[in-house]
Design a protein around this ligand. Structure first.
Ligand SMILES: CC(C)(COP(=O)(O)OP(=O)(O)OC[C@H]1O[C@@H](n2cnc3c(N)ncnc32)[C@H](O)[C@@H]1OP(=O)(O)O)[C@@H](O)C(=O)NCCC(=O)NCCS
Length: 206
């Protein structure tokens, strides 16, 4: 398999037909990883596609990857979410290509917004850090209720609530277009992942 055979592009309404497959891929991967995940419905995903807020990766007419963006706090923040790569297409650099495309989409549609993601995934920490994101506490992210309500479907939601939304098992990462982190100061994703794991073991999963 060669990444050159795969097209990564802004999704168009015709691609809403993949919504159920996307939900299934996200759900099955979360089960396999044993991590929490904000549950999404096919309707929600289709709406992201129809409103021009998604990126798809296609191998011919097979959907092999996806991610979407959403703005929060009246457009002050944009979250990149729902990143998924079909298990048969992993380790080709596809997540990197999808991330780059969602970044482009977010910067085009919301040029003044800060970008963020919350994640437990080492590959995502690596990609974010390469792009100039830095790890932050949740207090630096959006305070938009609706965003945090999206965590309700996650199995770790009780932890978020118990900590008054200040922290959870995910690491928050933020890209500020006014101050992208210079390369020399970019955080080490392995250290971030280690902290993330320690947090789970020592403090939170009591
Ligand atoms: C996470 C995921 C999107 C990565 O997709 P991918 O196409 O295989 O990733 P890439 O090939 O673009 O690799 C991106 C980086 O992560 C690294 N990476 C990929 N899988 C990894 C793994 N399992 N463990 C550690 N590092 C990994 C790669 O080496 C690469 O780093 P590098 O640029 O320093 O070499 C994919 O595994 C997936 O869909 N997982 C399930 C859903 C998920 O976890 N989504 C994120 C939710 S926040």
């Amino acid at each position: 398999m060669n990444i050159k055979d795969i097209t990564v592009k802004f999704a168009e309404p015709a691609e809403a037909k993949y919504a159920e497959l996307i939900v299934r891929l996200i759900y099955e991967s979360a089960l396999q990883r044993g991590t929490g995940i904000a549950k999404r419905t096919p309707e929600y995903i289709a709406q992201k596609i129809n409103s021009g807020k998604s990126v798809v990766a296609l191998h011919g007419d097979r959907l092999v990857g996806f991610s979407y963006i959403e703005s929060w706090g009246h457009g002050d923040f944009v979250a990149t979410s729902g990143l998924i790569v079909d298990p048969e297409y992993r380790h080709l650099g596809l997540a990197g290509a999808i991330k780059a495309k969602t970044f482009e989409l977010a910067r085009l549609r919301f040029p003044f917004a800060k970008l963020f993601s919350i994640t437990t995934s080492l590959p995502v920490m690596k990609l974010n850090s390469k792009m100039g994101y830095k790890p932050v506490t949740f207090s630096e992210l959006t305070d938009d209720e609706e965003f945090w309500q999206g965590c309700q479907g996650c199995k770790n939601y009780d932890i978020l609530q118990r900590n008054n939304r200040r922290m959870c098992l995910c690491t928050g990462m933020l890209y500020d277009p006014k101050q992208p982190l210079p390369e020399a100061e970019r955080p080490n994703p392995y250290t971030m992942k280690l902290k993330n794991t320690l947090k789970r073991v020592l403090h939170l999963k009591r």
